[in-house]
Design a protein around this ligand. Structure first.
Ligand code: PHE
Length: 358
């Protein structure tokens, strides 16, 4: 009997299970009512009373060993199954990671396309020019004589001093190029990237985007300028948008003005975007100074014109309630994803954005 128990114990201890069937085989062999151990228990009745006690202890030990092992084997099998399942889920480890959705147009691209589309509807075309510009087109032709204090209004990045080459500080430079190469009537807008030596903060950046507009013809008046900008503000921000003009100064326009709209964020109640005034400035504008027309070989007696300029970032911030300029350049997917839905009109945006090179 002792020998038999020893053999069974060794068998139990060496038992390995790879699957559910093997575990069931173990159960039948060592745990069930018909197991070898149950049979040994049944044989106890034939043993003499003196030896019964000892044999009983022996068999009980064996039974405990079998039950403990069964628990271990069950736990082990569960663990293995989980691991196998996890591996099966991964399938092919050499596959590229899943793509994070489709891309979206950048909010500045969307805003620029909207601005361009609004002006195209009233007969403006689109002109482009270089980002690296000479002094004449960025400053001198626009009535900023050398050493004039107005140059300090625009903190300039210089590429070289002699000849003076700069990163354009505004896209008014494109308008000079248009005036030099075309005759009135001229109705054009120039969207593009501009550069100013400013510290990067929530409100200012050293690289930003503008759309500037120019209209030159006979009898163009300040009333035309106002009506055009009213129209733009209402198309961009909604028909209930209010506007106001304030007198201002730019070297290339006379008279000059800035246009404010009522704050779209607080609706006039006062917030930090409008600095609690209820109004935000969006556009600089004015009647083109006759001197600028002459600089560009245009007959200042025959023609008048207006010009205006706006920052695309500013318009996008007001339109989409974005409170920090830096978000536009940080490439944060969470931020950019919010504009995916605005892509629905993508073909129209793409068409509106088609450029006419000069
Ligand atoms: N060029 C000006 C700027 O960048 C804006 C402007 C354009 C003002 C046209 C008046 C007329 O600040």
């Amino acid at each position: 009997m002792l020998e038999k128990v020893k053999a069974i114990k060794a068998e139990i201890e060496n038992f390995n299970v790879k699957n559910q069937e093997a575990l069931e085989a173990f159960r039948l062999q060592f745990i069930s009512r018909k197991s070898v151990i149950a049979k040994l228990f049944a044989g106890l009745k034939d043993i003499t009373p003196e030896k019964k006690r000892e044999a009983g202890i022996l068999l009980n030990n064996l039974k405990n060993t079998a039950q403990k092992k069964f628990k271990e084997l069950t736990a082990q099998l569960n663990q293995t199954t989980k691991e196998v399942e996890a591996c099966q889920e991964i399938e092919d480890l050499t596959l590229p990671p899943p793509a994070d959705g489709i891309g979206a147009l950048h909010p500045l691209t969307i805003t620029q396309a909207k601005i361009v589309a609004i002006f195209k509807r009233i007969g403006f075309n689109v002109s482009e020019g270089p980002e690296i510009e000479d002094d004449w087109h960025n400053f001198t032709a626009l009535n900023f004589p050398k050493h004039h204090p107005a140059r300090a209004m625009q903190d300039t990045f210089f590429i070289s001093q002699d000849p003076e080459i700069v990163l354009r500080t505004h896209t008014s430079s494109v308008q000079v190029r248009v005036m030099e190469s075309q005759q009135p009537p001229i109705r054009t807008i120039s969207p593009g990237r501009v550069f100013r030596n400013e510290a990067v903060s929530a409100r200012t950046h050293c690289v930003f985007h503008q759309v500037e507009g120019l209209y030159i013809d006979t009898h163009v008046s300040f009333a035309d300028l106002k009506e055009t900008l009213f129209y733009f503000a209402r198309e961009m921000f909604g028909q209930d948008t209010k506007t106001r003009f304030r007198a201002s100064y730019f070297p290339f326009t006379e008279p000059s003005a800035e246009m404010d709209i009522n704050c779209r964020i607080c609706k006039g109640a006062g917030c930090n975007v409008c600095k609690y005034t209820g109004w935000v400035e969006i556009i600089g504008a004015g009647m083109v100074d006759p001197q600028v027309l002459e600089n560009c070989n245009m007959d200042a007696q025959a023609y008048t014109g207006f010009a205006f300029g706006m920052g695309i970032e500013r318009i996008a911030m007001l339109k989409y309630q974005i409170n920090d300029l830096r978000l536009f350049t940080e490439n944060d997917i969470q931020f950019l994803k919010q504009f995916v839905a605005l892509d629905l009109s993508f073909p129209a945006l793409a068409r509106a954005n088609k450029r006419e090179k000069i």
